[in-house]
Write a protein that binds this ligand. Structure first.
Ligand code: 4IA
Length: 409
């Protein structure tokens, strides 16, 4: 299908040799089912010129992994979306974690990783397990429900914002905000424009939540301001770091939980394995992130000319890293399309890798763990009873609906 669209070489204008693809990684057909496109892009070469957006793309595991490990060459400071912050204004004030390089990144990251530490997670676990048990109890009684709308979208929005320390009111803004931000990493296409139609009240609400006086004492948000009191960050940096938790920590975990239930519904034998052996819960979430990577893509910007095979990527180029494709590259994984919770997932890039590897991954892991722990005890089987619906997003791969019937244990 796409082979005809692949040309042998990039016209010598830039003096480089490179396979060219006309594929649009942000159009509906691609986002609906990216996997055949990923295969084409991987097979085209270690780096591909994406003609539609005049950017480079890497879809093989080895190159994606190497690029993420090499932050000196593949910078985040010009933005990790398609926009180049050195040329155009960012859609929002840049993130002080995601869209920066060391030394600034080293300082902000240290503050956040201390706040989101294993010890902090241990303090929350019991309460979160109880909440998951309560929620799953109610759904099991109903037997039929929407695994995304009634479970995956409910639990994270209930648990994590309490820990961040924001109020109950207005939480319906959290998921739409994330949807906008993750769309903004891609082009200004219809999908993006649709998501920002009613942006104003959502964006103002989010920014208002980041103020010190609204955050509960002792919460993650309050702890960001305690880092300010200790002189570890500047006054204008604190609200942007609170914003990072509200942006990065909701949609992603909703999708992680929703896709897990989808995976186990599609692979009933994996569900039985999990029920028989709860120590598989933790590794099963890594396999889920490999198999159904919620964050599919990110850009980097080169800080020098880089040689990849026959191709020289010039200094200052945007490079699109296909994480979801790397996680299913048959050069790296055996039967990559198979969801198999007992395989080794070491090296998957579902949480990224290198200095920008997900700083909130302990939160995400614990959310998935408490929900799956609640489910394996109470649910013998999960059956899909209606067509799952995808929500298309320029960065995230997710479902908006997954109607299921469960058989109680
Ligand atoms: C931020 C990678 C993704 C989960 C992410 C999105 C936003 C931010 C950080 C990470 O706003 O800092």
């Amino acid at each position: 299908m796409l082979t005809a669209q692949l040309q042998a070489e990039l016209s010598s204008e830039q003096g480089v040799k490179c396979p060219v693809s006309r594929v649009d990684p942000f159009e509906r057909e691609f986002l609906t089912d990216p996997y055949p496109f990923h295969e084409e892009l991987r097979d085209a070469g270690p780096v591909v010129w994406l003609e539609r957006y005049q950017v480079w793309g890497m879809a093989r595991y080895a190159e994606v992994y190497a690029a993420m490990q090499d932050w000196q060459t593949y910078s985040s400071a010009a933005g990790v979306g398609i926009d180049d912050f050195r040329k155009t204004k960012a859609w929002r004030p840049p993130s002080l974690l995601l869209e920066v390089d060391p030394p600034l990144h080293t300082r902000t990251r240290a503050v956040m990783s201390k706040i989101l530490s294993p010890a902090a997670m241990r303090r929350l676990r019991e309460d979160w397990q109880k909440r998951a048990d309560t929620l799953v109890d109610k759904l099991v009684e109903r037997e039929t429900f929407d695994a995304v709308k009634d479970l995956a979208s409910v639990f994270p929005v209930w648990a994590f914002p309490d820990a961040i320390g924001i109020g109950q009111e207005g939480r319906e803004n959290l998921l739409p905000f994330g949807n906008m931000v993750f769309n903004s990493f891609g082009p200004r296409n219809e999908i993006f424009l649709e998501s920002i139609k009613e942006a104003e009240p959502v964006v103002s609400w989010i920014y208002a939540q980041c103020a010190r006086d609204l955050l509960a004492p002792g919460s993650f948000g309050a702890q960001v301001y305690e880092a300010l009191d200790r002189g570890e960050i500047q006054p204008d940096e604190a609200p942007v770091l609170v914003r990072a938790m509200l942006t990065a920590g909701l949609d992603t975990t909703v999708i992680g939980i929703g896709s897990s239930i989808h995976g186990f519904a599609l692979y009933p034998e994996q569900w039985q394995k999990l029920r028989a052996n709860p120590t598989l819960i933790r590794p099963s979430f890594d396999e889920l992130l490999r198999w159904a990577s919620p964050v599919q893509t990110f850009f980097r910007t080169t800080t020098r000319d880089v040689q990849i095979g026959e191709t020289t990527i010039p200094d200052g180029s945007k490079v699109l890293l296909f994480l979801g494709s790397a996680n299913r590259d048959p050069r790296k994984w055996e039967k990559p399309e198979h969801f198999d919770i007992t395989r080794s997932t070491t090296g998957h890039v579902g949480f990224g890798t290198g200095i920008h590897g997900c700083v909130g991954q302990m939160v995400a892991r614990m959310e998935a763990e408490v929900v799956l722990t609640a489910m394996i005890k109470r649910i013998k089987a999960i059956e899909i009873i209606g067509e799952p619906v995808r929500r298309l997003n320029n960065t995230l791969r997710s479902l908006s609906s997954l109607p299921v019937r469960i058989i109680p244990a």
